[in-house]
Design a protein around this ligand. Structure first.
Ligand code: DGL
Length: 295
């Protein structure tokens, strides 16, 4: 190797290190159609307390679960474009519907890593299940896409699956009606489809559903393990950041007032009150944004 080449290599390494240092200080971008993705944000903040986060809830266009793949891909692209403008180093698609329908497109378009919730959720379910009889609940779009069914079968060939769409859980979660008679009645009606299917594990395949965990558990009974993808997704984010050396330096921005930012596309007050109840603490100021392509 010539001296010139060696110097260039050292200089390249220098600029690579600088780039990685800058990356470490960037935020983790997270989006969902609404309040559900806070289940994932909560797990990320608990696991990675030094990271900055930016959350976007597309409350003007929730629910995604009743829409076509083409529309969900377009909405997801709008969300990603907004978050990219917020200086993020990784995008977490904290929405099963968008993960099922738009993950491949987002990965193709973006030059930062994109993590969805389905693969981590499927891993957690396989780890939890003894019998291999696994129920999946999600939005209509997620269930019809068969993304969970594929992810689960890829991990364990002999699984016995039953997947059911539970569309009414999303508006209940958005309204904060997560317990009481109405939540229980809706849960009983939706989950009646599992009668006769002896599952030991139920995947909450929509990030809104963990908010209704209590009502769901009452209906399916204590012997069924409820699995959501929040923890497993946070772990996947941690692994990826550590692998790349992009994890935030300890104490970085810990005292900074805007370390966690939160945006929605409509009704910030409702989001802030439901979100705070769920997170058990006040959210940062929830700002309303208008996305470039928002209908
Ligand atoms: N929370 C989302 C999901 O995980 C979307 C629900 C919806 O907007 O229908 O699928």
């Amino acid at each position: 190797m010539s001296m010139g080449q060696a110097k260039r290599q050292v200089a390249d390494r220098g600029s690579l290190c600088e780039r990685d240092e800058a990356m470490r200080r960037r935020a983790i971008g997270v989006f969902d159609s609404g309040v559900g993705g806070l289940t994932v944000l909560k797990a990320i903040q608990a696991r990675l307390p030094h990271e900055r986060t930016v959350y976007l809830g597309d409350t003007a266009r929730v629910p995604y679960g009743q829409r076509s793949a083409e529309v969900v891909i377009r909405y997801s692209a709008d969300n990603a474009r907004f978050l990219l403008g917020q200086d993020i180093k990784i995008l977490v698609v904290a929405c099963n519907t968008a993960s099922a329908l738009a993950l491949a497109s987002l990965r193709e378009w973006l030059d930062i890593p994109v993590i969805g919730v389905i693969e981590p959720g499927a891993r957690a379910a396989i780890a939890a299940s003894q019998s291999g009889r696994i129920g999946v609940i999600g939005t209509r779009a997620t269930v019809q896409s068969e993304a969970y069914q594929r992810a689960l079968r890829d991990l364990r060939r002999d699984v016995d699956l039953c997947a059911v769409a539970c569309p009414l859980f999303v508006p209940l979660a958005e309204e904060g009606w997560v317990d009481g008679d109405i939540a229980r009645a809706v849960a009983s009606r939706h989950l009646a489809a599992f009668e006769g299917f002896e599952m030991d594990t139920l995947v909450l395949g929509c990030t809104h559903y963990p908010l209704l965990k209590g009502a769901i558990a009452e209906v399916v009974g204590g012997r069924v393990t409820l699995v959501d993808s929040a923890e497993a997704t946070a772990l996947a984010v941690e692994r990826l950041l550590c692998e790349r050396g992009w994890d935030a330096p300890e104490g970085d921005g810990d005292a900074s007032a805007n370390r966690h930012r939160c945006f929605v596309t409509d009704q910030p007050e409702i989001f802030a009150s439901v979100g705070a109840r769920f997170l058990g603490r006040a959210l940062p100021v929830v700002e309303r944004v208008r996305l470039a392509e928002q209908a």
